[in-house]
Design a protein around this ligand. Structure first.
Ligand SMILES: [Zn+2]
Length: 125
């Protein structure tokens, strides 16, 4: 990353949620559902800096867990359905919510990593 790139004119939140390049906003960040592309196809930004690790999964587990358990508890309290109804509703609901949230969350973390120049610390010479 060079100093000429910063601060980028692209909103990192928008770039992350839409999966577009955090530098130019035009190219795609993803190559597939969750795989980060090697570089931006519009401006050539090298995505080798992108290392979100387990960050997206943790955020998705916390948010989706709160949402799904809350809705399941509400359904149980109000309707008291048999357990197979809970399984039939909340297993696919859980999968859809988690998979649906993973890509924008990963994109957001990569875009914020680029925007904030998050990288390993090093000595200033
Ligand atoms: Zn780009």
């Amino acid at each position: 990353m060079s100093n000429l790139d910063h601060p980028p004119h692209v909103n990192p939140y928008w770039a992350g949620f839409t999966g577009s390049c955090p530098r130019c906003g035009k190219g795609k960040m993803f190559n597939g559902l969750l795989r980060i592309a090697d570089k931006c196809d519009a401006c050539g930004l090298d995505y080798s800096f992108a290392d979100t690790g387990d960050g997206p999964a943790i955020f998705v587990m916390m948010i989706a867990g709160f949402l799904i358990v809350g809705v399941a508890a509400w359904v149980e309290i109000v309707y008291q359905p048999p357990y197979w109804v809970h399984a039939a509703i909340f297993l696919p609901f859980s999968a859809a919510v988690c998979i649906g949230m993973l890509r924008p969350t990963k994109g957001l973390l990569v875009a914020l990593q680029y925007y904030n120049r998050a990288e390993e610390g090093r000595r200033i010479k």
